[in-house]
Ligand binder design. Structure first.
Ligand code: ZN
Length: 291
């Protein structure tokens, strides 16, 4: 699933390509993706003519602020990713006009396409079809329950060590699971929680209440470090995430632990182990990250 660095990379790409453009139409062969308003015809009618003023991110949500006080929210969920380009429909199948990365298989599961007034399109490729799209009145979105329960943004200046401590205060459970809870801290998923814990030398199953002040400080710095690196390198490169041009990111160059089971820890040479809990895989070095 795209995490903070991947979503941020998508937002950056969108901002460079579709700002100030108005929507002229929408196509979908999987209308269930549109959750609000539920009726696709109504959604289509409402979005037509609205201009994209600003694109930003909150947790893993991509938000297009539109004219007339509306906001379009897109959550890519498990396998969704947005791309910008031009496609044409040939025998019921959308094909990119230009040769290149958009032709890659993973970029061809198009289920929603937004048409912009300059002929460009924003397309959602989503193999498993879990992504969601909602059209909100901006003020309702900003005051909505689901939006306000989100935890702090870890890359914002205001995310100080004190704020981090506060976010973890009174939380129970194993550190890895707590880090992945968007209501505690926004945007960290399986990849970056594994990476941050490796840098901080903390076992993923360590309970929050057992973390020392020193460990908390190491973890705080590690979270910022891995997320910033992820953003700088344009997101991950080893699953189905692609940027708006349909290309992979470069985080693989920096990946220390995630999906490196049975390889050697780059710090101490011990074999990396995998552990399943809470339905997700944790990767760790049994020597560097002791319980
Ligand atoms: Zn190690």
């Amino acid at each position: 699933m795209p995490e903070l660095p991947e979503v941020q990379t998508t937002v950056r790409g969108l901002n460079s390509k579709v700002l100030k453009r108005a929507f002229v139409n929408v196509w979908s062969d999987w209308e269930k993706t549109i959750k609000k308003p539920k009726d696709f015809k109504v959604f289509k009618k409402e979005i037509k003519g609205k201009k994209i003023l600003k694109i930003w991110r909150r947790a893993k949500n991509i938000i297009f602020d539109l004219s007339e006080g509306y906001s379009l929210l897109i959550h890519q969920k498990m396998t969704g990713h947005l791309m910008v380009g031009k496609w044409k429909q040939i025998k019921n199948k959308w094909q990119p006009i230009k040769k290149g990365p958009l032709e890659e298989k993973i970029n061809t599961f198009l289920h929603v396409i937004f048409f912009l007034e300059n002929g460009k399109m924003i397309a959602l490729s989503d193999v498993r079809k879990f992504a969601k799209i909602e059209l909100w009145k901006t003020k309702d979105l900003l005051s909505s329950k689901e939006f306000n329960k989100l935890g702090p943004e870890p890359l914002e200046k205001s995310f100080t060590f004190r704020k981090f401590q506060k976010a973890l205060k009174n939380k129970k459970g194993k550190i890895k699971q707590v880090l992945m809870n968007p209501e505690v801290i926004a945007g960290i998923g399986n990849i970056y929680s594994n990476e941050a814990l490796w840098w901080a030398k903390i076992h993923p199953q360590k309970s929050i209440s057992e973390l020392s002040l020193k460990e908390l400080k190491l973890l705080y710095n590690a979270i910022k470090k891995v997320l910033l690196t992820g953003v700088k390198l344009g997101g991950e490169s080893f699953s189905d995430y692609r940027n708006v041009e349909g290309k992979k990111g470069h985080f693989d160059d920096e990946r220390k632990i995630y999906k490196r089971e049975k390889e050697k820890c780059s710090r101490c040479g011990t074999q990396i182990k995998r552990l399943k809990f809470g339905g997700r895989s944790a990767f760790f070095c049994p020597n560097c990250q002791k319980l």
